[in-house]
Write a protein of this length. Structure first.
Length: 161
């Protein structure tokens, strides 16, 4: 009788935790959507600002057109790179949410405390793996952006020497 009551209590607690996790996942996804919208809007404003700055610089440079062209080319690479980083970040967040979304179902199927603990451990490992992969991707992108953005400036500097 006591075992049945404990089992019912454990199932009720698991169900409550699952509901809380589902609610948290929905909140995270909603936050990510808002962040994605904000990032997209900021990216658009950044590109617009770069275009406006390009026009202003073009007007002001006259004799330094090639110099400014190299700089603007570099800025354009950076702006595109920022968008690539935003997409990478959003992909990473989506993978993280997807990893966590199936956990409540797996937890509900657990029949023992040790099985539940294994599921939680695996979820933590998968979450950390997604986080590490996402950060590594962001760092690789940052390095590529820096290299690609420096190239037009270095080429112009060599022609001036």
């Amino acid at each position: 009788m006591a075992d049945g009551a404990r089992e019912q209590t454990a199932k009720a607690q698991t169900s409550r935790v699952t509901g809380q996790e589902r609610e948290m996942t929905e909140k995270v996804m909603d936050s990510q959507r808002r962040i994605a919208d904000t990032l997209t809007e900021q990216g658009g404003r950044t590109l617009e600002s770069v275009a406006q700055a390009s026009e202003i610089y073009r007007d002001a440079t006259g004799a330094h057109t090639e110099d400014m062209s190299a700089l603007l080319s570099s800025y354009s690479v950076v702006a595109k790179g920022i968008q690539d980083m935003q997409r990478a970040w959003l992909d990473s967040m989506q993978k993280s949410v997807q990893t966590g979304a199936k956990a409540p179902q797996d937890m509900m199927r657990a029949t023992t405390l040790s099985e539940l603990a294994r599921i939680q451990r695996d979820l933590m490992r998968q979450g950390m793996e997604v986080l590490l992969e996402g950060n590594a991707r962001m760092l690789r992108l940052a390095g590529k952006i820096a290299e690609d953005a420096a190239r037009p400036i270095e080429d112009r500097a060599r022609r001036l020497s």
